[in-house]
Write a protein that binds this ligand. Structure first.
Ligand code: ADE
Length: 221
């Protein structure tokens, strides 16, 4: 999979691509990530990428030209163009699964007061990562990229994400424990040290349901 991220703040992605699982996925060629500074596409003599809103109002608005030129240059028939915006569809694990099957994602990060509305015509998908407003689309782009990349076969242990989902219902993870078997009087559940894997699987599944009902009843339908 190739992910092209269009941003005015490429340095924000340094840590994201240079650490841990994402770094390894890039090294193993499971994913290629290109962080593109779309200011470079501006035809303005001062490389301007924003302007004041028609009709007045606070802040600056991203102009069409640099983003259109950049997307039109890198887009192919296989590309899926995503715009990160608080007015997009709320992001869910199911979307991460669907997007992990794509060959090429182009993710556009806004900044300032927002985009010229005509930029939305470039997008196949507008995504929000939650009902709050961030200073830009960079963190949301990292959030969705991370959730997608970990689902690419071979990036992490498959079992880890098979357990994330159950028939499209997203269940919270079951409780996990490591050594010691007792800490400050708190004991690891007996079943986990029983060695009976059928019982352990059943316990984990039931605990997942219990935890989801307690903490996120909205996820159970
Ligand atoms: N840009 C600013 N806030 C955002 C959000 N909540 N989701 C996606 N993009 C955003």
């Amino acid at each position: 999979m190739k992910i092209d991220i269009l941003t005015l703040f490429p340095n924000m992605f340094e840590g994201f691509i240079k650490e841990s699982i994402i770094k390894r996925a890039i090294e193993d060629k499971k994913v290629e990530i290109n962080v593109i500074d779309f200011r470079e596409y501006s035809k303005d003599p001062h490389k301007k990428v924003d302007d004041t809103p028609y009709g007045g109002g606070a802040g600056m608005v991203l102009t069409c030209q640099p983003i259109f030129d950049c997307v039109e240059k890198i887009r192919t028939p296989e590309s899926k163009v995503i715009i990160m915006t608080p007015s997009g569809i709320p992001y869910k694990q199911k979307m991460a699964y669907d997007l992990s099957n794509e060959k090429h994602l182009i993710i556009i990060c806004g900044h300032y007061e927002g985009f010229d509305e005509r930029i939305l015509s470039l997008a196949d998908l507008e995504i929000s990562i939650g009902d709050y407003v961030l200073t830009g689309g960079e963190l949301p782009a990292m959030v969705i990229s991370d959730s997608i990349i970990r689902l690419i076969p071979g990036v992490i242990n498959e079992r880890s994400h098979i357990e994330d989902s159950f028939n499209d219902n997203f269940l919270l993870d079951y409780p996990t424990f490591t050594k010691p078997a007792e800490y400050k009087g708190m004991k690891v559940p007996e079943v986990l040290v029983s060695g009976d894997h059928k019982k352990i699987d059943e316990w984990r599944y039931q605990e997942s349901i219990k935890k989801t009902k307690e903490k996120r009843p909205d996820l159970i339908n």
